[in-house]
Design a protein around this ligand. Structure first.
Ligand code: LMR
Length: 391
């Protein structure tokens, strides 16, 4: 008799989609599923700046002895400078990817506010709720976006803030909202920052796609604004997408605080939490990012590779809208994703009958499309009865 009576877990839908796509033998298949950048050959090559940094690392690394609970301090410092400039007092820790960063952010929030609620606007990245709840955080949701009209429900967001308690937390997507691609306008960010501070709320910013929307400075502007206005902010960041380091699990969590003492205690607390979960983060990806960010030639090379990725995504958005007027809204949206108003049956038909892979909620990864696949994508959409937005 088995001593373990384990419930069979439900497979993660996004990760399951990767397997289904790989197993599909149709040669005209289109991968708009998981959030991985692809070039026009459908590949996700290692960036040249990353390759160069890896070669330097291999040549110069003398030891693989432990670094410490918060990882590579210089990686954290240089990444912190990239994100916040010199405008904020931040402390941070290297983490296993953006998910590890979110977990540490959730843990430290729960430690300080065990009775607080983390508010998450829906739709959101599907892992936000399970990941933060598994750290013991109580979550609640509000509707952020109406997929049928492709509008952000900003009034609903403000009404939600009015219902919060001081010390509650608010999950924000720093830029390139996942899954909708619909970011707040500058005025809305200003208003949001003001309201968060006025209601003594703690923003937790998930920053995973900076550099892939309008450019690095533009994409970071909202995070910097929130950090300037709100006394304490948690930022969970990932190098998966903008450095293409997906499998190397490279990320960091930061606490930006107007109070120096809080920031410095947070640093020690991050280490203490990490020790209880995984002890220390993996080194390789962080060392690569540090080498790139500490060398102006490699930084320029990385930034120009990132700009190419960004302009490719923008031109794909334009090409989609040109080929199909019902998709006009995707041009206004930022980053890799848009959320199409499609039913579950339409999504199933796209995958099963047309080999067009997308997430079950209708999210497409624009960056997964090859330019020569756009016609097939549009024809497939039309044949499942996609009609665009409601007026
Ligand atoms: C996505 O949203 O597709 C990516 O962030 C991958 C993931 O882990 O969900």
């Amino acid at each position: 008799m088995a001593l373990f009576n384990l419930p069979q877990p439900e497979p993660d839908p996004l990760l399951q989609l990767i397997g289904k796509y790989r197993a599909d033998s149709r040669t005209d298949k289109v991968d708009l599923g998981v959030g991985v950048y692809r070039n026009d050959l459908g590949e996700t090559p290692v960036l040249a700046a990353v390759k160069a940094a890896e070669m330097r690392l291999q040549e110069h690394q003398l030891t693989k002895s432990y670094l410490g609970l918060t990882g590579d301090t210089e990686f954290v410092e240089t990444l912190g400078e990239l994100l916040f400039g010199n405008t904020a007092t931040v402390s941070g820790a290297q983490t296993p990817g953006g998910s590890g960063a979110l977990r540490l952010a959730a843990e430290i929030y729960n430690l300080a506010h065990p009775d607080g609620t983390l508010w998450i606007g829906t739709p959101s990245w599907p892992n936000h709720i399970p990941l933060t709840e598994s750290a013991g955080v109580h979550t609640n949701t509000y509707l952020y976006f109406d997929r049928n009209t492709q509008q952000i429900l900003f009034d609903n967001l403000l009404d939600t803030i009015a219902r919060t308690q001081p010390g509650d937390a608010f999950m924000l997507h720093g830029c390139c909202h996942n899954p909708t691609g619909a970011d707040l306008s500058n005025d809305q960010w200003q208003e949001l920052a003001r309201q968060l501070a006025e209601h003594s709320l703690i923003p937790i910013i998930d920053l995973a796609y900076h550099g892939l929307g309008d450019g690095m400075a533009e994409d970071l502007a909202s995070t910097r604004l929130i950090v300037e206005v709100c006394p304490e902010v948690l930022v969970a960041t990932s190098c998966s997408k903008n450095f293409g380091l997906y499998r190397d699990r490279t990320g960091a969590v930061f606490m930006a605080s107007h109070d120096k003492k809080t920031a410095s205690i947070a640093q020690a607390v991050f280490g203490q939490i990490a020790r209880k979960i995984y002890s220390m983060p993996p080194d390789h990806g962080a060392a690569v990012v540090r080498i790139i960010l500490q060398d102006s030639t490699l930084t320029n090379q990385w930034q120009s590779e990132l700009r190419l990725m960004t302009s490719r995504v923008k031109s794909l958005r334009q090409a989609m809208a040109q080929a199909c007027p019902s998709l006009e809204f995707v041009v206004q949206q930022k980053g890799m994703f848009s959320l199409l108003p499609l039913s579950t049956a339409q999504v199933h038909s796209l995958i099963n009958d047309h080999a067009v892979y997308l997430a079950g909620d209708g999210r497409i990864n624009v960056a997964g499309c090859q330019i020569q696949q756009i016609d097939k994508f549009i024809e497939s959409l039309e044949s499942v009865g996609f009609t665009g937005v409601c007026s």
